[in-house]
Design a protein. Structure first.
Lengths: 252, 280
């Protein structure tokens, strides 16, 4: 049985007057991975960021339609955005570690959530970094600044940071764009592991990756959700010509 | 071009050497510690104690910082984090205008508004009899002068912090205030300290406006309602007069030398903080 976790209904999004998402409707399920694919600028990040209301920060933007998470419309007036975000982890397209030590980057979220016991925090740091496949590289310099890490390491650190608060939903915007094949493989293993407990939405430009890790795939094109379905189906016998062309690399 | 560059680079050194040579008469004949820590200022009888001026300068400067720092911080955070961009568009010209007003105008305004306000209201409120010309008056005028200056820098610093950091914090379930306190403030801190440092250096050297309201009394101040005297005011008030008194001009040069050395060290510290800020 699959459990419906996130549902978008006629979701449209505007940056000022510019329509970036046009009436997008589909479902995302718990314990499944949904991949968002499509050419650059088609609205993948925009869509992902509406799910934890991160676009609220951008002045002049507007949302139409509904997003239901666990049956509640997250754009309702009386939704507590802070609480909403506590249960949604996010890995951003551009890695953004805090100007703090590696250790403090990971403990930031847990501390915000009221965890202050040293042993518990130590434990969270170790397990989060291990899951993100970066523990071995940084375990001896947890007190060093996170800004001294390489691009790929920073990206994995940000994944670890998102895991630190144990979210129900994990939004990942190209989490492996700066990673070598080995780390990428580890992150994909992690995604397999995590989906046992989480709902995962992942944006990727890597078709093989989408095919490998996801259960469902949504293909976006120019702000529209063109096609959505089981990943296997999308990648073998897509209904729409645009989808096929994109997947086989003929445009985008 | 190289020549002009070298000239500019050598200027502080030339200035220092010039002042040092000019004040040599004084430095040679007195112990440095006597000059700096003696309270007696009687040039006619050869007593040159700079302590009251040094203390006066420190009081005025620090008090001005204590007044302006929280105002600058809160305003900068408010306009960059809690309001729409239009607020900033209104505030910026206001700041620029304030920053461009000549200090003598601030001094006049101090005499017309701050001084009477202190003698009529603030003093009595605290049960103190005061003329109004006081450390507090100087500090208030000074803080209004340096607020635009510091505020401008802090606003720029907050604006330059990448939005991604804020997003990372909020995505972890932090509130707006937690984000400001733990992430943005931490990131901006070296820059904030530098901004206050520059403000402080400016306040320490400000002459005209302070001179007009501080009272110019050579006496150790015992409270903020007491009048005082500052190093720059000492120089500006007396240079060119009473030059017949032996070593008097050397003493004024020495006061200038202190100002130069203090501002030099200040700049050094500030550059250290800015270097740290740029690293992040
Ligand atoms: N902050 C913003 N202000 C205005 N327009 C924006 C903003 N962010 C994105 N857009 C526009 O919205 C559209 C969708 O952008 P989005 O970032 O969602 O694309 P994407 O699918 O994630 O692309 P990529 O694969 O390159 O990351 C683009 O046309 C983009 O120019
Ligand atoms: Mg994107």
């Amino acid at each position: 049985m699959k459990e419906l976790k996130i549902e978008t209904r006629n979701l449209s999004f505007y940056y000022g007057n510019k329509l970036a998402l046009n009436s997008v409707s589909f479902n995302m399920y718990a314990n499944h991975v949904t991949a968002l694919i499509g050419p650059s600028g088609c609205g993948k990040s925009t869509f992902l960021r509406t799910l934890n209301r991160m676009n609220d920060l951008i002045p002049g933007t507007r949302v139409d339609g509904e997003i239901l998470i666990d049956g509640l419309n997250i754009y309702d007036k009386d939704i507590d955005v802070v609480n909403l975000r506590k249960k949604i982890g996010m890995v951003f397209q551009r890695s953004n570690p805090f100007a703090k030590s590696i250790y403090d980057n990971i403990t930031y979220g847990p501390k915000i959530n009221g965890i202050h016991k040293k042993e518990v925090l130590d434990e969270i740091v170790e397990s989060s970094l291990k899951k993100a496949a970066i523990w071995e590289e940084v375990k001896d310099r947890l007190d060093h600044s996170a800004l001294g890490l390489s691009g790929g390491q920073q990206q994995r650190l940000c994944i670890a940071r998102a895991l630190s608060v144990n979210p129900e939903i994990l939004l990942m915007d190209e989490p492996a764009s700066a990673l070598d094949p080995i780390s990428t493989g580890k992150i994909e293993e992690l995604i397999f592991e995590l989906k046992k407990t989480f709902t995962i939405i992942i944006v990727t430009h890597n078709m093989q990756q989408a095919a490998r890790v996801s259960d469902y795939t949504a293909f976006f094109y120019m702000g529209e959700m063109v096609e959505y379905g089981k990943t296997k189906k999308i990648f073998t016998t897509p209904d729409k010509k645009q989808t096929e062309e994109y997947i086989t690399g003929r445009f985008g | 071009m190289l020549v002009s560059l070298l000239l500019v680079a050598a200027l502080p050194f030339l200035l220092f050497t010039g002042l040092y040579l000019k004040s040599f008469l004084l430095i040679h004949d007195y112990h440095l510690s006597d000059l700096l820590f003696s309270k007696e200022w009687k040039p006619a009888s050869g007593k040159f104690g700079f302590y009251p001026f040094i203390i006066g300068s420190i009081w005025v400067t620090l008090l001005a910082m204590v007044i302006s720092a929280p105002i600058c911080m809160l305003t900068a955070i408010y306009v960059t984090q809690y309001t729409k961009k239009t607020m900033l568009r209104i505030l910026h010209p206001a700041i620029d205008i304030l920053a461009g007003i000549p200090s003598v105008v601030y001094g006049l305004w101090g005499i017309l508004v701050i001084v009477p306000f202190i003698s009529k209201y603030l003093g009595p409120l605290f049960g103190v009899k005061t003329m109004g010309y006081s450390i507090l008056a100087a500090a208030l005028v000074l803080s209004i002068m340096i607020i635009p200056f510091i505020l401008n820098i802090i606003i720029e610093i907050f604006k330059s912090i990448p939005i991604e950091l804020k997003e990372a914090s909020l995505s972890l379930g932090a509130t707006q205030w937690e984000t400001i306190k733990h992430v943005l403030f931490k990131k901006a801190l070296p820059g904030i300290i530098a901004a206050h440092g520059f403000g402080l250096a400016r306040a320490f050297g400000e002459t005209m406006a302070v001179m007009m309201v501080v009272g110019n009394v050579v006496k150790l101040p015992h409270g903020v309602f007491d009048p005082g005297y500052t190093l720059p005011a000492l120089i500006a008030n007396n240079y060119g007069e009473m030059m017949s008194i032996p070593r008097y001009d050397a003493a004024l040069m020495f006061a200038a030398l202190i100002l130069l050395v203090v501002s030099f060290f200040f700049n050094l510290i500030m550059h250290f903080f800015i270097a740290r800020y740029n690293k992040y």
